[in-house]
Design a protein around this ligand. Structure first.
Ligand SMILES: O=C(O)CCC(=O)C(=O)O
Ligand SMILES: [Fe+2]
Length: 310
């Protein structure tokens, strides 16, 4: 059932009318989603709006699958896009490009890619914290780097608002999607503490996301993920099959016309300034016009542990 739907949504003409759209309140009146009450914080942080203004839903068919309709400000989205492309692609973080040795030793990805568009187009993922091992799927103490403080704070803040206050951000995959990219159905089970939720932040172009059940025999639910939307896979949904069959161009370009208050508490000040420098922002806007960035944050260790169980 999962594969059948995946193939149908990846086609030239996906059945868009069957995709859950969280902009469209009509869906809320159906049996598909219910609203979730969250902790009310009047103060905005990390490029987010105050949580009293968030719209938070849970899927009825996928208990624990929480959807937060874009709670970010425009500056907030720009901030996480700049961090993902320019900073999280720096050593000691790992990139899919590392094995090809195309970036000279003393150069950073973003600076180098400005001179070589092919390098820019080849970027697919970066791993942070405990590095995801794409072959063995096993984390290792010998393959880890410091987790970025701002991203850990963002994740822990969102976790706290949803009453997952024990969450620790220890590993992340930053996925870079092009208009023809896909991510086939999989489960994320490498972490040693699978009771912890997984936080997924998306920026840029729109994805069709499929969330199924514990096996590929369950028919998945399809939903649109737009720029700024957050998905949390908690409880029963944490180990469910999911994938991204299709990337679509966003209907509106949400990252322009920036006339808003900056809620940048605890963010990197220089980067915040860069967000609002329209000339500096241009190269990032150009990238994101045809790409989608997804930051997937996980807790790896059991709460009582400070290193991996062998
Ligand atoms: O891009 C997405 O929304 C999902 C990414 C994902 O499932 C993963 O990195 O494990
Ligand atoms: Fe995943």
């Amino acid at each position: 059932m999962f594969r059948e739907d995946f193939n149908s949504y990846k086609s030239q003409n996906p059945p868009l009318s069957k995709v859950l759209n969280f902009n469209d309140c009509k869906h809320l009146l159906t049996k598909q989603v219910k609203e979730v009450k969250v902790k009310m914080n009047a103060k905005a942080k990390f490029g987010l709006k105050p949580s009293k203004d968030w719209k938070v839903y849970e899927l009825n068919n996928n208990s624990g699958l929480i959807f937060i309709k874009n709670p970010f400000t425009v500056t907030g989205q720009r901030y996480w896009i700049i961090r993902s492309l320019r900073d999280y692609t720096n050593k000691p973080n790992k990139l899919n490009l590392d094995i090809h040795n195309i970036i000279p030793q003393n150069e950073e990805f973003w600076t180098f890619s400005q001179k070589d568009i092919n390098v820019m187009n080849k970027l697919r993922w970066a791993t942070l914290g405990y590095h995801h091992n794409w072959d063995t799927k096993v984390y290792s103490e010998t393959s880890k780097s410091d987790f970025p403080l701002d991203l850990a704070s963002l994740s822990q803040y969102v976790a706290d608002v949803l009453n997952f206050s024990e969450f620790r951000a220890e590993a992340a995959i930053v996925n870079f999607y092009h208009m023809n990219s896909r991510l086939s159905g999989h489960t994320d089970h490498s972490e040693q503490f699978l009771e912890a939720p997984l936080f997924s932040f998306s920026f840029g172009q729109t994805a069709i996301f499929l969330i199924g059940g514990a096996t590929i025999d369950t028919k998945p639910t399809a939903l649109f993920i737009e720029s700024g939307d957050i998905i949390v896979m908690s409880k029963e949904s944490r180990l469910c099959y999911h994938g991204v069959p299709k990337i679509l161009h966003a209907e509106v370009n949400l990252l322009t016309n920036d006339n808003e208050e900056i809620n940048g508490e605890e963010l990197n000040c220089d980067t915040l300034e860069d967000c609002n420098d329209s000339i500096y922002w241009t190269t990032f806007q150009k990238y994101i016009n045809n790409c989608r960035i997804n930051i997937n944050v996980r807790q790896v260790l059991r709460p009582i542990n400070s290193i991996l169980d062998s």
